[in-house]
Design a protein around this ligand. Structure first.
Ligand code: ZN
Length: 451
């Protein structure tokens, strides 16, 4: 459990320094939380060069060369850039049917979706998120890949993206959101082990690094969103998806929100269970035995998410039914030692929780019994292990990518600081965002953020 996964050498490289990130500088004066779970280091120094962390530790153990540029982060806490393991950056408002406004319009132009994605990516980066696992956009038209590449190439600011492609049968939640008589785009559905294996292979060909699938879901009937009791996929289908993905060294994330759906996902050996409720002792034991992580996404069903005023009534009603069960399942799994990954399921274009509130999930997890340090690890070092990229990012250790965030205050006593008090964001050794009041200099990313 918690060992680096074999797909650490993924096709894209979150954490590779951007071109030009060759300056050397240090962040000084802050308390360091290194993302490993180790105790905080007061008055620490983080030394950065060529986009990587050279050293991070107590000031007297990190000697600085004379004349080195420094960023004074006194009174702040410095931690690794945060990660959201479940976000949908390329969801956009629905142009066709406002009754299902939570969903991407299957007929929206790809470019429109990508532009919304660019907006959400910029907001996430400015709020301290330097890596995101994109949990796919419904129609799977490679918009997230386009956004990932545009960010990597420096065209738009945003976190490093690890993109999931979609593989799923006829009748999943994804499929049921399209009108029944509309022809499905190629690759939208696949039934049976071999067609699903082909779908996984196509996702690999297209450049995805995770597979998203659903073992349960809701259905939209006449604008009413309801949960289904049946599981999506047979065990043979799920086992085929997982086996094929692992043959290519990529992971599988399964949306599962009934007991039977979690059981199927766990039996098939997926890597992460998304949402994951209701959990009982038997399911928790199976997740522990297989080292399967839970991404609980509780905040999106909270009073800050779908229980917020103005949310489409069916979604709100569903959230009312689900919220407590979700929170209780999370707490039970956490206390039993299940690996927890920070993920929000943020649907930025809806009235529910948006990209800027991503760190709210951490505060919610703390409110439901998680130790603040564990919450931070779930969004940093632990999240990187889940993604299989812990050799390169996720902790403030020598040789890791310089993805670093400085937060005013102490997130261990007030986790909400991670949401509202992010002052400096460094990605790959470049200062992407600096909102300390004394700072006059503005990077292009910062200027984009000032609106
Ligand atoms: Zn989702």
């Amino acid at each position: 459990m918690n060992a680096p996964r074999p797909w650490g050498a993924a096709m894209t490289e979150p954490g590779l320094p951007p071109l030009g990130a060759d300056e050397r500088f240090a962040i000084v004066g802050a308390t360091i939380i290194d993302g490993t779970g180790a105790p905080p280091i007061p008055r620490g120094t983080v030394l950065i060069q060529h986009g990587q962390i050279v050293a991070a530790g107590p000031a007297d153990e990190v000697p600085l060369p004379a004349g080195l540029a420094t960023i004074d982060a006194s009174g702040m806490t410095v931690l690794p850039g945060m990660m959201d393991l479940h976000a949908h950056l390329c969801f956009a408002p629905n142009l066709v049917d406002p009754l299902v406004a939570a969903d991407e319009d299957p007929f929206a132009p790809d470019g429109y979706l990508a532009l919304w994605g660019a907006r959400h990516a910029r907001i996430l980066l400015e709020h301290g998120f330097t890596t995101v696992r994109d949990a796919f956009a419904w129609s799977g038209r490679r918009t997230s890949l386009a956004l990932r590449d545009a960010i990597n190439d420096g065209a738009v600011p945003g976190p490093s993206m690890v993109c999931a492609g979609y593989a799923g049968m006829t009748g999943t939640e994804v499929d049921m959101r399209m009108p029944p008589n509309v022809p499905r785009p190629y690759g939208f559905v696949a039934d049976g082990p071999w067609p699903l294996r082909q779908r996984v292979r196509e996702c690999v060909r297209e450049g995805y690094e995770w597979i998203k699938t659903f073992t349960s879901g809701g259905r939209v009937v006449g604008g009413q969103e309801e949960d289904t009791w049946f599981v999506s996929h047979t065990l043979a289908e799920m086992a085929a998806i997982v086996d094929e993905a692992h043959r290519f060294g990529i992971g599988v994330m399964a949306h599962a929100s009934t007991r039977d759906a979690v059981r199927l996902a766990v039996d098939a050996g997926v890597d992460t269970v998304e949402h994951g409720w209701p959990l009982d002792d038997e399911l928790i034991a199976a997740m522990l035995a297989k080292g399967i992580a839970l991404v609980p996404t509780i905040s999106t069903y909270s009073a800050r998410g779908f229980l917020r005023d103005g949310v489409h009534a069916p979604l709100r009603i569903r959230a009312e039914r689900q919220y407590l069960s979700r929170a209780q399942s999370f707490r039970r799994a956490y206390e039993a030692g299940v690996i927890i990954g920070h993920g929000t399921d943020a649907y930025p274009p809806t009235p529910s929780m948006g990209a800027a509130e991503t760190a709210f999930e951490l505060a919610m997890c703390v409110a439901h019994g998680m130790r603040p340090m564990d919450a931070i690890v779930s969004a940093t070092g632990g999240a990187a292990r889940i993604l299989g990229i812990a050799a390169r990012v996720g902790t403030l250790q020598p040789g890791k990518a310089a993805d670093v965030v400085a937060v005013a205050g102490d997130p261990l006593t007030d986790p909400s600081a991670l949401e509202t008090e992010v002052m400096i964001v460094v990605k790959g050794g470049e200062v992407a965002f600096d909102r300390r009041p004394s700072i006059q200099f503005r990077t292009p990313a910062m200027m984009l953020g000032e609106n």
